[in-house]
Design a binder for this molecule. Structure first.
Ligand SMILES: CC(C)(COP(=O)(O)OP(=O)(O)OC[C@H]1O[C@@H](n2cnc3c(N)ncnc32)[C@H](O)[C@@H]1OP(=O)(O)O)[C@@H](O)C(=O)NCCC(=O)NCCS
Length: 168
């Protein structure tokens, strides 16, 4: 499959296709993340459009001319954050996530941080396999409050992983 995968920048016109991928992929969270944090659609179209307008740069992976995965990167000054990483359920574990991550990593020389649900063990494994280190609880909470804008309940139930370039 690998030879037919291409990565490209996504823009506002891709939002409906991105919305479909995100909400298909987010089904993985159902019954896993804290019930009070689950809602459907997991990410409404308006929220995705607002994230794009606020400067999260998205790349998408196409297979046969169709988007099958998306991942965003956000400049937060000292660091870059990887945001909203989603690969369509039926296209998982084929290297698409890794391809998107490597592509975004190549766009910056800044340290990269990634936040995800603590309960999303597969995502933690995916980032660790790609060289990211799970940080300690005090550091996680400090960084989530500094670089992310998320509710306190999400801080308690999330983890942060750091690229080897990250120096506390
Ligand atoms: C996390 C995600 C983006 C990874 O994308 P992907 O294309 O499946 O990842 P890759 O094929 O590049 O890498 C696969 C590796 O990731 C890990 N991994 C991915 N899914 C896994 C699963 N369900 N269980 C265990 N490990 C998993 C494994 O290390 C796997 O390697 P292996 O197949 O050799 O065991 C994708 O699983 C996804 O969209 N998940 C649902 C949404 C999500 O959790 N997003 C992360 C938000 S920060």
């Amino acid at each position: 499959m690998d030879e037919e995968l291409t990565i490209r920048a996504c823009g506002p016109r891709d939002a409906p296709a991105m919305f479909a991928i995100i909400n298909d992929a987010a089904q993985a969270y159902r019954g896993v993340i804290p019930a009070d944090r689950w809602h459907e659609p997991y990410m409404p179209l308006a929220e995705l459009e607002a994230e794009m307008a606020a400067g999260i740069e998205f790349r998408g992976c196409e297979s046969g001319g169709e988007l099958v995965g998306v991942m965003g990167i956000q400049d937060r000054g000292e660091v870059m954050l990887i945001r909203h990483a989603y690969v369509r359920t039926r296209d998982r574990r084929k290297g698409i996530g890794e391809k998107l991550l490597k592509n975004l990593e190549a766009t910056t020389t800044k340290p990269i941080l990634i936040g995800t649900w603590e309960a999303a063990a597969w995502a933690v494994k995916f980032y660790q396999r790609n060289g990211y280190r799970l940080l300690s609880r005090p550091e996680i909470e400090r960084l989530l409050r500094k670089f992310w804008s998320i509710p306190e309940r999400q801080v308690e139930t999330s983890v942060v992983l750091a690229h080897p370039r990250w120096k506390p």
